[in-house]
Design a protein around this ligand. Structure first.
Ligand SMILES: NC(=O)c1ccc[n+]([C@@H]2O[C@H](COP(=O)([O-])OP(=O)(O)OC[C@H]3O[C@@H](n4cnc5c(N)ncnc54)[C@H](O)[C@@H]3O)[C@@H](O)[C@H]2O)c1
Length: 571
């Protein structure tokens, strides 16, 4: 029996259940919310000029882009020598989006059910009653669907022209995503949604006809990797302990889903429980071949999430890790590179960490020196329950810990680098000066999905002054994470359609090739961004956002408009 058949009624994913829309007493929303609107046929933007070619016959946009930078080297006298650099690239974007599937690992969890509900409510434009009045579905919180970017200026007025991010290039509309996936809990999605306690009753009620027959596919459960307190929900398991068979089963599930739903693309995304870290062991998971051999031997250090990652890599479908654990052991990254398959991670950046990266950047860029950042959280959902176990909490603690590192390292005036500390103290310092950084997470069932985050930012001001800022943040966890899941999926799929080649100063450019396997352009949505080995992690939210904006513009042959705004500075 094809596994996907067990996930739905009549062999359909919920994508195909819209025919029953009218029979459930639903409240159909009037106008479609702006964040759920579709782009005009043929797209909103047309770029003129020889840098950009619209090849309609082949369904491609080709662009030429000059990547300008500066190389900085130190002279023997300790001065800095700066040399301008230029590299010319051509980008090719396949404009055919096709039918896209999203397979969630953890489909029955708070995030999984909220993703399904959001797609269904938007697709059928189901509004629901709250004490505030009628609520319309929308994609607020999604960078792709609900933010705009500055395309240029109106020549007549000089005013900025901003466009929806989603109109820059052809991207899948989340309403069209065919969502399926796995969970170790067998609860059908109507009941799982009730268990999650995220969405209003009146919305849940209207969604039941669509969700009651969606049952997650059985999944892999190695109890040692998640908290022991999860055991009572693990009733939907792929049998046995043979990891090679598990890998094959997940690969088959992906293939079946793709063929059964007639999909052109699939993205697999881990939104299942946070696992403990896997030990990195030489000969076990340090290389691609060792990892594959370890799966064949059912080695105990291969986690369920790594099995899902390897299955996706081998099937050539992007895999995104939304949890903090080290799913991408070195062997998994090498395998992705070898297969030219796409991966992205780790850990959704939904609440506190997002605020922290922005606030720290503001302080450091304002010349103020944060000396301590102390973060306390409590939450009461199943994620919080799982994180109340020490080894799973440790994964989260690691993922949250490095979020300010690059901003601190960029300012040698406020924070002494390791060499200076070593010279000053005579003791070897491996790391430069850094603010104290504490993270505490506690489980308080009563508050459910509404997480409380309390942070203190303790900083040094001029002339020995001190400043303490206290931020209290109450956030509906899964309603923050769900739009990130859409963004990660939409952008990962888009990036599979972009290829590039470098144009040398002389001679022919080679063939177009896919982007590098580790999709660091997804960093905006991720707490501990995975980047190419040997390159620096950028945690600054502004820089992460700029990178995305610039990349989309490069694919259209446009230079990034800077904030120089020269026309406003000159006569
Ligand atoms: N704001 C956020 O919600 C947020 C932010 C960052 C990271 N995360 C991470 O996202 C993940 C999901 O969060 P959530 O609130 O939806 O948690 P959840 O506990 O409600 O959902 C997780 C689901 O995964 C299932 N599961 C566990 N192991 C599995 C396996 N091996 N295969 C398939 N399913 C499995 C569980 O049964 C559960 O239904 C967590 O790891 C969490 O740390 C969430």
């Amino acid at each position: 029996m094809a596994p996907i058949a067990s996930t739905t009624t009549n062999g359909d994913s919920f994508a195909s259940t819209r025919a029953t829309a009218a029979t459930n007493g639903s409240v159909t929303g009037a106008a479609v919310h702006a964040t759920a609107r579709r782009s005009p046929p043929g797209g909103l933007i047309q770029v003129d000029g020889s840098q950009t070619v619209y090849d309609e016959a082949n369904g491609e946009i080709r662009s030429r882009f000059v990547d300008r930078g500066a190389e900085v080297t130190k002279t023997p006298e300790g001065k800095l020598n700066v040399k301008r650099t230029e590299r010319v690239f051509e980008f090719k974007t396949d404009t055919k989006v096709g039918r896209v599937g999203l397979m969630l690992v953890g489909l029955g969890g708070n995030n999984g059910t909220t993703v399904v509900a959001t797609v269904l409510a938007n697709r059928h434009n189901i509004a629901w009653h709250t004490k505030e009045g009628l609520q319309q579905p929308n994609y607020i919180g999604s960078l792709v669907r609900a933010s705009t970017l500055r395309l240029g200026t109106d020549p007549e007025t000089g005013a900025d022209v901003n466009v929806p991010f989603s109109d820059m290039l052809p991207m899948v509309h989340p309403n069209d995503l065919v969502v399926g996936g796995w969970d170790i809990s067998a609860l059908p999605l109507d009941k799982a949604m009730e268990r999650a306690k995220v969405l209003e009753y009146d919305l849940q009620r209207q969604l039941v006809p669509y969700t009651k027959d969606i049952k997650p596919m059985p999944s892999i459960y190695y109890p040692d990797f998640i908290a022991a307190n999860q055991e009572d929900r693990a009733d939907n398991l792929i049998p046995g302990a043979d990891k090679a068979k598990h890998l094959e089963r997940i690969r088959q599930d992906i293939r079946d889903f793709k063929s059964k739903e007639g999909l052109d693309k699939v993205v697999v995304l881990w939104t299942a429980n946070t696992e403990r870290y896997a030990d990195i062991i030489e000969g076990v998971n340090d290389t691609a071949d060792n990892l594959l051999a370890s799966i064949n031997e059912s080695h105990e250090e291969v986690s369920p999430s790594t099995i899902f990652a390897v299955a996706s890599i081998l099937e050539g479908v992007p895999f995104i890790n939304g949890a903090p654990q080290n799913t991408f052991v070195p062997g998994a990254i090498e395998l992705a590179e070898r297969q030219k398959s796409f991966i992205g991670g780790d850990d959704f950046k939904s609440g506190q960490t997002k605020v922290k990266s922005v606030l720290t950047e503001f302080l450091v860029n304002a010349g103020i020196k944060p000396r301590a950042i102390a973060s306390y959280n409590h939450l009461g959902n199943n994620d919080g329950k799982n994180l109340s176990s020490q080894r799973q909490f440790r994964s989260k603690e690691i993922s949250k810990s490095s979020v300010v590192d690059d901003m601190v390292a960029a300012n040698n005036l406020l924070y002494k680098p390791a060499a200076e500390l070593t010279a000053e103290t005579g003791v070897v310092h491996k790391q430069g000066e850094h603010p104290d950084h504490l993270v505490v997470i506690k489980y308080v069932p009563a508050v459910g999905d509404t997480k409380r985050a309390m942070d203190e930012y303790y900083s040094e001001l001029g002339m020995g002054g001190r400043n303490a800022m206290f931020i209290t943040n109450e956030c509906e966890d899964s309603l923050l994470a769900t739009p990130l899941i859409f963004d990660l999926t939409i952008l990962a799929e888009l990036l599979t359609r972009v290829s590039y080649r470098e144009v040398p100063a002389e001679g022919d450019a080679g063939d177009f090739q896919p982007l590098y396997s580790v999709l660091s352009l997804l960093s905006f949505m991720l707490k501990a961004p995975l980047v190419k080995k040997g390159t620096e992690v950028v945690n600054s939210l502004n820089r992460q956002r700029n990178a995305l904006d610039q990349f989309l513009k490069a694919c259209l042959g446009l230079d990034h408009s800077t904030d120089l705004l020269l026309n406003t500075r000159l006569w």
